[in-house]
Write a protein that binds this ligand. Structure first.
Ligand SMILES: *[C@@H]1O[C@H](CO)[C@@H](O)[C@H](O)[C@H]1NC(C)=O
Ligand SMILES: *[C@@H]1O[C@H](CO)[C@@H](O)[C@H](O)[C@H]1NC(C)=O
Ligand SMILES: *[C@@H]1O[C@H](CO)[C@@H](O)[C@H](O)[C@H]1NC(C)=O
Ligand SMILES: *[C@@H]1O[C@H](CO)[C@@H](O)[C@H](O)[C@H]1NC(C)=O
Ligand SMILES: *[C@@H]1O[C@H](CO)[C@@H](O)[C@H](O)[C@H]1NC(C)=O
Ligand SMILES: *[C@@H]1O[C@H](CO)[C@@H](O)[C@H](O)[C@H]1NC(C)=O
Length: 431
């Protein structure tokens, strides 16, 4: 047992060395790049990043992990294995080595970096295999689709491989990521979209992905969710220029406005301040204590009832010439139309005169062939946070979570700039 642990420490320090060696070069890449896929085959629309895992027969296996900007740690389908040497791991599996329940990291994750909601009963200590007497670190996980509690085991140095980029193309060469991540049995992923076998935590938790990516990359996430199933969106990590076709030389950062990212004591996720919601020059003021959260797991914006009612009232007023339709849950305001509704923008007005505009592509959801709805959901009278910006509102918007400077950048709809999140050029270029 101690030998295994010692071996783990030697390998870990070797990995740390390897990274130091890499850091000494000035790399030709400025970011990591991940394709994003949209999924509509689960109970709600979800988005995943594609990564590479085991290297088998001279090629990488690929895996898709759900994008969660809130989750406290990464977790996925894998096998917990003590003896990675020599070759006891099945070639098509990701095997990892468990953290013991006596170790600092286990207590740290269980007490400070666990899922906060809903309340799950405390995980039990279990022996890794009968007779070992060695206790692995079970942690609670919350199913992002059903919201139910499950258990996973925390592991050392998981092993992912990610492509690198100069912001324009994929470059040759890859980047190894060795995060702590938790293993859950395959059955934990039944509610997930097909071919999605994990959760990629992009939060500010020290066990989420950003905390595991090292110099010379800067701690900046560029997120661009696609609106279609057939094309990939793109996630960048690193303070890089970002380019989307057909504009070959326009850095997408030139489209962005910035607002402070706000920390919230009960969450690892990202919040911003919204002062008003403005629809056709009429301003709906947001109470000063209302918080606004960015969520990649909630498909549509959720507003606390007092805010929701005022927005709906104003929006129905400015769209009264459009024939109404019977509301389709979870929406409360629907229109009878086949496509191409022309509606006023909904502007989220932020501090310092900044404005995040939701145009029809991000505010009107075509629900059936003949019915389109305002993509807002009533969260109830006491819903907390008061405003949640959902993934439909983010599609084809370029968003930057700058964790170095605690700012949030947003482009509003890229469609108005004649591009979209599906326009990154994934062609491989020799570096
Ligand atoms: C990484 O780049 C290679 C070469 O272009 C490509 O075949 C592979 O699919 C990419 N992997 C991911 C996860 O995007
Ligand atoms: C699990 O083991 C750890 C370390 O021995 C101990 O601190 C913790 O209280 C145990 N938890 C449970 C639920 O037994
Ligand atoms: C899942 O992956 C398999 C193998 O790569 C592929 O054939 C299949 O089309 C995928 N299914 C979905 C729903 O993406
Ligand atoms: C927000 O402030 C109002 C009064 O201004 C108060 O009634 C309400 O409880 C506060 N809500 C929160 C979540 O603090
Ligand atoms: C953070 O802000 C400083 C000063 O404005 C700037 O020089 C730097 O580039 C910013 N870093 C990132 C990652 O945005
Ligand atoms: C994508 O990048 C490659 C390599 O730079 C380039 O040859 C190709 O023309 C680009 N594709 C488009 C559609 O511009």
């Amino acid at each position: 047992m101690f030998l295994v642990l010692q071996l783990a420490i030697i390998v870990l320090s070797f990995i740390a060395h390897e990274h130091e060696a890499i850091a000494a070069y000035v790399p030709d890449y400025s970011s990591l790049v991940f394709p994003i896929h949209k999924h509509t085959d689960a109970a709600k629309p979800l988005y995943s990043v594609e990564i590479m895992t085991a290297y088998v027969n001279m090629q990488y296996l690929h895996a898709n992990f759900l994008i969660d900007v809130d989750a406290p740690f990464i977790w996925h389908d894998c096998i917990v294995q003590w003896n990675i040497y020599p070759g006891s791991c099945p070639p098509d599996k990701l095997c990892t080595s468990p953290v013991s329940c006596d170790e600092y990291q286990c207590t740290d994750v269980r007490t400070s970096y666990s899922y906060q909601k809903p309340y799950c009963s405390p995980p039990k200590n279990e022996s890794i295999s009968p007779g070992w007497g060695y206790c692995s670190c079970s942690v609670n996980v919350v199913d992002p689709v059903t919201g139910s509690c499950g258990q996973a085991k925390l592991n050392y140095w998981d092993d992912f491989t990610v492509n690198v980029s100069n912001g324009k193309n994929v470059l040759t060469g890859v980047y190894g990521v060795y995060p702590y991540a938790a293993c859950a049995p395959s059955s934990a992923f039944q509610s997930f979209p097909a071919n999605v076998t994990g959760v990629m935590a992009l939060s500010s938790s020290p066990y989420a992905l950003p905390a595991h990516l090292l110099e010379p990359l800067e701690n900046v996430i560029g997120l661009c969710l696609p609106s279609t199933l057939s094309t990939s969106g793109v996630l960048f990590y690193g303070n890089s220029p970002y380019y989307l076709l057909p504009q070959k030389d326009v850095d997408v950062r030139s489209y962005l406005s910035y607002t402070p990212l706000i920390k919230h004591p009960d969450s690892f996720g990202y919040f911003i301040d919204v002062n008003n919601i403005v629809i056709k020059k009429r301003s709906i003021s947001i109470p000063a204590n209302a918080t606004t959260k960015i969520s990649t797991l909630d498909p549509y914006a959720i507003l606390r009832t007092d805010i929701y009612n005022r927005v709906i009232r104003r929006f129905s007023m400015v769209t009264k010439r459009i024939p109404p339709a019977k509301p389709v849950p979870p929406f409360g305001l629907c229109f009878s139309t086949q496509s191409g509704l022309r509606v006023p923008d909904i502007d989220f007005s932020l501090p310092e005169g900044k404005k995040w505009t939701m145009s029809a592509a991000n505010s009107i959801k075509q629900v059936t062939k003949d019915v389109a709805c305002l993509a807002l959901v009533d969260g109830g009278a006491t819903s907390e946070p008061a405003i949640v910006i959902g993934s439909f509102q983010m599609e084809d918007n370029f968003l930057v979570f700058d964790l170095e400077n605690s700012t949030f950048g947003f482009s509003s709809s890229l469609l108005r700039k004649q591009t979209s999140c599906s326009n990154f050029n994934f062609t491989l270029v020799e570096s």
